[in-house]
Design a binder for this molecule. Structure first.
Ligand SMILES: Cc1cc2nc3c(=O)[nH]c(=O)nc-3n(C[C@H](O)[C@H](O)[C@H](O)COP(=O)(O)OP(=O)(O)OC[C@H]3O[C@@H](n4cnc5c(N)ncnc54)[C@H](O)[C@@H]3O)c2cc1C
Length: 512
């Protein structure tokens, strides 16, 4: 039923800022369930494409993921998995019951080749034992979620203190100890990529365990993650998404009269960089937290309330980049899933290097081998997080390629190793409408800040008035932040908020 506002029956008009998964998910749900009760749903997207941080590209004709890579926890509860399955976007193995039941808490690190920077292939034992130690300690770190007090503020400090205690018990020779610490440091770098942070010292210990992992062995989209975006776009009426429409300011909390022909008043006016203005009853803002950190002060008029400003400032948003390199011939074994380099002398217990620009490449956590080789040829995908990832974006392809060639030559001990034939990198920090990769709960923030970010803004100060500005996007999901399923669920959450207010669900049993 339409809501009576003043003396008129209103068919609410909804604007959505951002055509990532959160924005498209919200639009689809509103249109499917709100249908004829709505006075229009329009998505304004700053760039020329839909998908946001879901972006597939091609390297020598092979599909690669510049943004989201895996479906984390592909099982019944995961709406991205459900959608992808319904649209036939996954392969049989990913959809098998067996795959959905696996509980390993993240993606597996299958057989790997770990080299030392002195050119030796390390024994799998050292990698396995250090991996077991690291992941056991990480599990311990998650257990503080219900604790009244934390021993130290950050995950990094917790892990380092625990490792320092372990090291005192090691009876190995100095050389082995040194190697073990270098390998442990690799796991710190890997976890920086997972959390999208420069250092685990920035990740809050208390709330760390609130992030929830779903069952299922992480899987990929054989023809690209963007296929999911194509399906969502195809389901929307033509013209729903307007591209190249960067929003400059969201004006709210005042009545704006729309010009002819409607002549109706709206609570929200969205002003674009090109001067065009859009009027609506509600706006769902799905811009990334990185964008809000940079533009939050001027993006809303009147400005955000202080609780929200604090949440934007305190929550973490870091960079995780990918570097794809393609080789004519592999230097790894056919079953190898990850190639890693443990840098001699590195240790989580040592101070991080001061001159990160000179040795930025040492921050690379590892290179995932794209499988199967019949589909991809010989492509490695390196992951790098933090300030080094941001610095890498300032270099040319040739500079990055040359640095990596040197790394592979040192690691394999083969100075003649042929350089990769081609390279493609993500540059998420330089993307003006993203400014990084994804969110994390930083020291001095908590899940309450995520909830504060997700809180809608109501007209006036009264929550009894309908919400005018609503917030979605991965950073607004308390337990699934940083993921595609968190983004999609957040879009659905805000669509449902509006549908409930107007009591306008036409087809509550529809899939979306
Ligand atoms: C390198 C990388 C790897 C990742 N790997 C995974 C993974 O393996 N699995 C996983 O689940 N997740 C992964 N993620 C995270 C996942 O991609 C995101 O959580 C998710 O796609 C975010 O969706 P969203 O809709 O919240 O935001 P976005 O996709 O960022 O969409 C927001 C949209 O808003 C637009 N916008 C911004 N400012 C404006 C403005 N002023 N006006 C109009 N439009 C604007 C942007 O252009 C963008 O299209 C990864 C992300 C990155 C970067």
């Amino acid at each position: 039923m339409e809501r009576r506002v003043g003396r008129a029956l209103v068919r609410p008009r909804v604007l959505i800022v951002g055509a990532g998964l959160a924005g498209l998910g919200a639009a689809q749900r509103l249109l499917r369930r709100g249908g004829r009760h709505l006075g229009g749903v329009r998505v304004l997207e700053a760039t020329g494409r839909a998908g946001g941080r879901i972006r597939s590209g091609k390297l020598r004709g092979k599909v690669i993921e510049i943004g989201a890579h895996w479906i984390h926890g592909p099982s019944k509860e995961n709406p991205v998995f459900q959608l992808a399955s319904e649209h036939g976007l996954l392969d049989e193995a990913a959809m098998s019951e067996e795959n959905q039941q696996v509980e390993i808490g993240g993606h597996p690190l299958g057989p790997s080749a770990c080299f030392s920077s002195r050119g030796q292939l390390l024994s799998p034992d050292i990698l396995d034992s250090m991996g077991l130690l690291f992941f056991a300690l990480l599990e311990e770190a998650r257990e503080f979620v219900h604790a009244a007090k934390v021993p130290v503020p950050s995950v990094g400090e917790y892990l380092k203190e625990a490792i320092a205690r372990k090291v005192r018990e090691w009876s190995d020779d100095e050389e082995t100890k040194r190697l073990k610490l270098a390998v442990l440091n690799l796991f710190f770098k890997l976890e920086c990529c997972v959390s999208g942070t420069h250092s685990l010292d920035l990740v809050a210990l208390g709330p760390f365990g609130e992030y929830t992992m779903l069952p299922g062995l992480d899987c990929t989209f054989p023809n690209g993650y963007e296929g999911l975006i194509d399906c969502l776009m195809a389901s929307l009426p033509k013209g729903t998404v307007q591209f190249d429409k960067p929003v400059k300011t969201v004006h709210w909390n005042s009545s704006c009269l729309e010009e002819a022909p409607a002549g109706r008043t709206f609570g929200v006016q969205v002003e674009c960089e090109d001067g065009e203005k859009f009027f609506a009853d509600h706006v769902i803002v799905t811009v990334p937290l990185g964008f809000l950190k940079e533009h939050g002060e001027t993006f809303f008029n009147p400005p955000l309330p202080s609780r929200k400003v604090a949440a934007v400032e305190k929550l973490g948003f870091g960079t995780n980049n990918k570097i794809f390199v393609e080789f004519e011939q592999p230097f790894w074994e056919p079953d190898c899933q990850v190639v890693e380099v443990a840098w001699d002398g590195e240790s989580p217990l040592a101070e991080p290097p001061a001159d990160l620009e000179a040795i930025w490449y040492q921050k690379i956590a590892g290179f995932v081998v794209l499988h199967p080789a019949e589909r991809y040829g010989h492509i490695l995908c390196g992951f790098i997080a933090g300030k080094e990832a941001e610095f890498m974006e300032t270099l040319t392809d040739a500079e990055v390629l040359s640095a990596l060639t040197e790394v592979f030559r040192r690691a394999t001990g083969n100075p003649q190793l042929a350089p990769p034939r081609s390279i493609l990198r993500s540059k998420w920090y330089s993307e003006p409408y993203t400014k990084g990769s994804y969110s994390y709960v930083a020291v001095d923030s908590s899940g309450d800040d995520i909830d504060a970010l997700a809180q809608p803004l109501h007209e006036g100060t009264s929550d009894s008035k309908p919400p005018q500005v609503l917030f979605a996007g991965e950073a607004t999901h308390r337990t699934f932040y940083s993921t595609t399923h968190g983004a999609l669920l957040s879009g659905w959450r805000e669509a449902d908020r509006l549908l409930d207010i107007y009591d306008m669900s036409e087809s509550p049993h529809a899939a979306l």
